[in-house]
Design a protein around this ligand. Structure first.
Ligand SMILES: [Zn+2]
Length: 430
């Protein structure tokens, strides 16, 4: 029997106090030592704490619990046909250092809220409905993206297990083992998840920019997760020289790095004007501290580059232009630009049918929503690339993410959970 939007809203909103308490409990137990934000370090004490809280809550809801070889947690509301491809939702439980309480956790708690609402409505789904609490999404810790979700699909790249955590200096393999993972199975690329067993994946996540605040809308439906290419260590080799050297003799690495940054910004402005979404970030940029000085022309600058966009051909075109930019700077400044190692991730567009279904659910619930391209990376990309129909639901959030000031309103979060519940109720009766 189909459930009315009023019943669905009531079943979700009834959980408001419980949800607020759960977020508070997560925050209190993973407070950063600065006392401002939270630190749920990847395969470390903070993330482990998150798992204890979420697991205890899922157990109290009577969900089936399961862990995989990467210590991801699956919380399942059993369906009538246990063998049928299941519906999945969830997000990650780790955070950046001194980050916010909602990035990641909102998607895990959102799934649990929807599952509890389905139970309240007395709905036994046709297939299993699973919330996945994912490990190690934040790439700041090991500088490897989507560790938990890619390990679950058996596609974590070679060498990832040997990556060292930036703060502890210890390997991913060591950290995983401590958290109960079976590293041999990860290394052997065992797959716990396969696309054929998953009917659809939807991830709730806070928005990481103020676009929903600007639009006055609580929920957005994601159009896709961008692909990227990255050059973690670009080296611009100029020539160290004394300040007395006239301009025409200089090969100044600082000026070349500035040309590079401003050249990229010019490309971005053009793409913005042409409404082709992209983003570039130079997250690190430094000279050699052992050589640089007040009275020296810099001979070396090292920087990182991350470029992302939503279309494969667009991304390839951007990379060609950036390579052209480096050659032009080399000629202009008499420097040599060594791009170093390259990493990349595929573009992951949302499934069109799922995008429409979620938009329809928002409409049915009387909620204004909008399509949103969010430039951040998310585990959803792993599901999409594996061939699972996937989409994201974004929740309005002031002050961005990855900082202590994330400000998601619980009412906005419940709006997203309402859309999720409406969609699940429909998809799980089909
Ligand atoms: Zn996140």
């Amino acid at each position: 029997m189909p459930h009315s939007p009023t019943d669905i809203r009531r079943a979700v909103v009834a959980q408001k106090a419980q949800v607020a308490k759960l977020f508070d409990e997560l925050r209190a137990g993973s407070l950063d030592k600065s006392g401002l934000g939270v630190t749920r370090d990847t395969y470390g004490a903070g993330e482990q704490f998150g798992y204890r809280v979420i697991e205890a809550h899922a157990r109290s809801l009577g969900l089936e619990l399961q862990r995989d070889h990467a210590a991801n947690l699956y919380m399942t509301l059993p369906g009538r046909d246990r063998a049928a491809p299941r519906l999945m939702t969830g997000s990650h439980l780790d955070s950046v250092g001194n980050g916010g309480n909602f990035d990641g956790a909102a998607g895990v708690i959102g799934g649990l809220v929807a599952q509890q609402a389905l139970k309240t409505l007395g709905l036994t789904p046709a297939c299993d409905v699973t919330t996945m609490a994912i490990r190690a999404e934040e790439s700041v810790w090991f500088e490897v993206s989507y560790i938990g979700s890619r390990a679950a699909f058996g596609v974590l790249p070679d060498g990832a297990l040997d990556a060292r955590r930036v703060d502890t200096g210890r390997t991913l393999a060591e950290h995983m083992t401590e958290c109960g993972a079976d590293v041999a199975a990860v290394r052997a690329r065992k797959a716990h998840l396969a696309a054929r067993d998953i009917k659809a994946w939807v991830e709730i996540h806070i928005e990481q920019a103020p676009q929903l605040i600007e639009a006055g809308v609580s929920v957005a439906i994601g159009t896709g997760v961008p692909g990227n290419f990255r050059y973690p260590e670009v080296r611009i080799h100029g020539e160290w020289a004394h300040v007395g050297l006239p301009r025409r003799f200089r090969h100044d690495a600082v000026l070349a790095a500035s040309d590079f940054a401003l050249g990229l910004d010019e490309i971005w402005q053009g793409e913005d004007a042409a409404k082709r979404p992209m983003a570039f970030t130079i997250g690190r940029c430094f000279s050699d501290a052992s050589e640089h000085a007040l009275t020296k022309v810099a001979g070396l600058m090292t920087l990182s580059l991350d470029v992302r966009a939503y279309d494969k051909a667009h991304l390839a075109g951007l990379e060609r232009r950036i390579l052209g930019l480096t050659r032009a700077i080399e000629a202009k400044r008499g420097v040599r630009i060594d791009l170093g190692a390259r990493a990349s991730a595929e573009v992951a567009p949302s499934n069109p049918a799922l995008f429409s279904a979620l938009t329809g659910s928002a409409n049915a619930m009387g909620l204004k929503s909008m399509p949103l391209a969010s430039p951040a990376s998310h585990d959803t990309a792993t599901f999409t690339v594996a061939g699972v129909p996937s989409c994201m639901l974004f929740v309005r959030n002031a002050n961005g993410s990855h900082n202590p000031h994330e400000a998601m309103e619980i009412d906005d979060f419940l709006d997203a959970a309402t859309v999720m519940t409406h969609w699940l109720a429909g998809a799980a009766s089909a």
